[in-house]
Structures are given as C-alpha cells and as structure tokens.
Design a protein around this ligand. Structure first.
Ligand SMILES: *Cc1c(COP(=O)(O)O)cnc(C)c1O
Length: 362
C-alpha cells in the first residue's frame, strides 16, 4: 500500500518521528523499566518530562513569565465552560465574537454561566465570505472579556489580525491554529487549545493565561477547572493526562527541531498556497472564502458537481488520501493540513484532484 495521508480535522495525524520515538520507549522509558504512563505524576521522572514540555512550549511561543501554562483535561469544549466560570463575575457581561460553528458553540455554553452578547462578524461580499475588522465589532468597553475563535475549523475561516479590544482581556480558542504561525502572546489574556490538532493526542488541553486573570472564578467553579487552583498546583491538583502530556512534549521537541513556529509557518503557507491556488484555477472545485480569511489549517472545498462527492471520496481513499469528507454542517470536502501534514501530502492530494477532475470533466 502507498503512503497514507490523513486529512482528519481532529484527532489529526502526528509526526511519524514522534510516534516512532514513543513506540521505542513505550515499555521501558529511559531505562526505568516502566512506561511513562505507569509513572506517578509526582515522581521526579515525570515532573522532569512535564517541566521540559512546558519550557519547550514557552520557548516555541515566546510566552512571557507573567503567564501561566496549564495542562488540563476536558478538551476545547471543557474550556467553553471554564472560561466564563473563571472570568465572568456576576453582574458583568462578556462579548462573544461569532465567526463560525465553534465560536457559536462556545457562546452557547457560556450563556449558562452569565450574561453574554453575541456579535456576528461574518458577511458575504460579492459572493465571498468576509470577516468584519475588529473596529466594526462594536465591542463593549466594560465587558469582562472578549472571546473569539481565530481559526474556525469547520468553516475554514481564519482571522490573522489580532483584534483590538482596548484593554478588555482577549480570550482565544486556538484549538486548530496554535503553533501553526507566530503570534504575539502578550496581546491575549488567555489562549486555549485542545491538543488533538496541532499538539498531540486528545485528552489534553493547553491553557495559557495571564496571571492577573487568576483568582476571579465564580464560587461554584469546579476545582479541577479553576485556573488559580491549577496554577498553584502546577496542573497537578488532580492526576493530569500524563501520557498525552509526554507526547505533547515530544511534539514540541519535534517542532523545535524543524525550525520552530517560524519554520513551520513557512511550510504551512506553502502547503495552503499550493492547495488554494489549484482550487482557484479549477472550474471543478471551489472555495468561496475571501483569500485574506482563508484558514492555513483547514481547507474546505466543494466539487462544482456535488453528485460526484461519493466517488471522489472513494477514489481518494483508495489512493491513501483519508478523511477528506467535509463537516456535516457545511458538506463538501475539507482537507485539514496541520503542522504534521508534510508537503508531500498536499502534492499527492492536488495530483489526485487533477486526475479526478480530468476524468470527470465532460
Ligand atoms: C476541535 C475544536 C474544539 C473542540 O475540542 P474538543 O477537544 O473536542 O472539546 C473546540 N474549538 C475548536 C476551534 C476546535 O477546532
């Protein structure tokens, strides 16, 4: 069988080198005679693994000292509850920017814990999806925070400009874009990301939070998602997802070895450019998002003749191009091309798309 390229939106493919390293030390980690997953989270060995992963992430993202990095349970959706519970005190409101299905889901969950305002920012301009600039959002200067999702995994919409919130803490769900390109962490109050797209396996969620935002949680906030409790206990208030933490650490090491975020950003841009420019130059495939707002990580596209969808997916899979089916909400196709997707995967996909279009054009 030829090489498999997995375009799944999440859990997504991991770098092969990382899995091979994990496999090699699976049963006997560094001569301990134990697997990492059998070590106490409080053992000196695991604490070293944990600290190294955090230090590497801080290095990769240039996270300043006045931010805590938390390794949590509960996925991206867990943070949909944790953010308002920790940051939305009674009597205050929060602005939720709606740019697609994940930001909408975050807002809908947050509404359980306090008063929030929905702000729709996506419009159509001459048939193309356009995102309003943050100056046009009409943000509330007294809001407890502004929440947004810079990369909408389902819709394929990405906002590269960091919104101006004039001092109101900016909270970002970066589940599908973290570590894909350089960002200035100091512009954010809090960044969170489920691991299963660009960090490691599912079961781990990273939270990067500015320390002045700790300690404001609603009384009923469960301790296991209380940022202050997690920060004070080095994310070990309860047993953390140790094996996922270890694997995330291996991914961070891999990323540093391939040139860090700046290095992967160049490759990510190249990958996305090849795919979008092929789509744009073909009558057979389409993507209607304004180029400025096209995701580097999740590329949705549609066959002009949708009756060919099933056949497209069948033939793609036969060639080792897996999980290209679009999200059920938007239909069509979606190629998720996170950091671990090599350039060769994009080249194989475009070659297949060309062949398929040639064979099926009348
Ligand atoms: C995948 C994803 C989530 C959900 O993550 P879970 O870990 O499944 O809860 C949330 N937000 C965004 C932007 C995502 O891509």
């Amino acid at each position: 069988m030829s090489q498999i390229f997995n375009f799944c939106a999440g859990p997504a493919m991991l770098p092969c080198e990382v899995m091979e390293k994990a496999q090699a030390e699976f049963v006997n980690w560094q001569g301990t005679g134990s697997s990492v997953m059998e070590l106490s989270h409080r053992s000196k060995e695991f604490m070293a693994v944990a600290a190294k992963a955090e230090a590497d992430l801080r290095d990769l993202m240039a996270i300043p000292d006045n931010y805590s990095v938390l390794f949590c349970h509960g996925g991206g959706r867990g943070q949909f509850s944790a953010v308002p519970l920790n940051l939305l005190p009674k009597g205050k409101t929060a602005d939720y920017i709606i740019s697609g299905s994940w930001s909408k889901a975050a807002a809908s969950e947050a509404g359980k814990y306090g008063e929030i305002k929905y702000i729709d920012v996506v419009t159509k301009v001459e048939g193309e999806t356009h995102v309003l600039s943050s100056k046009e959002w009409g943000l509330n200067p007294n809001a407890a925070f502004v929440h947004y999702c810079p990369n909408e995994t389902v819709d394929g919409i990405e906002m590269f400009d960091i919104p101006e919130t004039n001092g109101v803490p900016l909270i970002a769900d970066m589940s599908s874009t973290i570590l894909s390109h350089e960002i200035d962490v100091t512009k954010f109050g809090l960044i969170y990301a489920g691991a299963q797209k660009n960090i490691g396996p599912s079961g781990l969620t990273i939270v990067i939070v500015r320390n002045d935002l700790l300690g404001h949680a609603q009384l009923a906030t469960p301790s296991i998602i209380n940022y202050q409790v997690l920060a004070e206990n080095d994310s070990m208030y309860n047993t953390p997802p140790t094996y996922a933490w270890y694997l995330a650490g291996l991914v961070f090491e891999w990323l540093k070895a391939v040139g860090g975020v700046a290095g992967i950003q160049k490759i990510n841009k190249q990958k996305a450019e090849i795919l979008y420019s092929y789509i744009d130059n073909s009558e057979f495939y389409q993507n209607h998002i304004e180029p400025k707002f096209r995701s580097l990580m999740n590329v949705p596209f549609w066959l002009t003749d949708e009756t060919l969808n099933t056949e497209f997916l069948k033939q793609a899979e036969a060639q080792g191009l897996m999980a290209l089916k679009g999200h059920r909400i938007v239909g069509g196709m979606r190629a998720s091309i996170y950091n671990a997707m090599p350039l060769a995967g994009i080249q194989a996909l475009v070659a297949f798309m060309k062949d398929f279009s040639a064979e099926n054009s009348k």
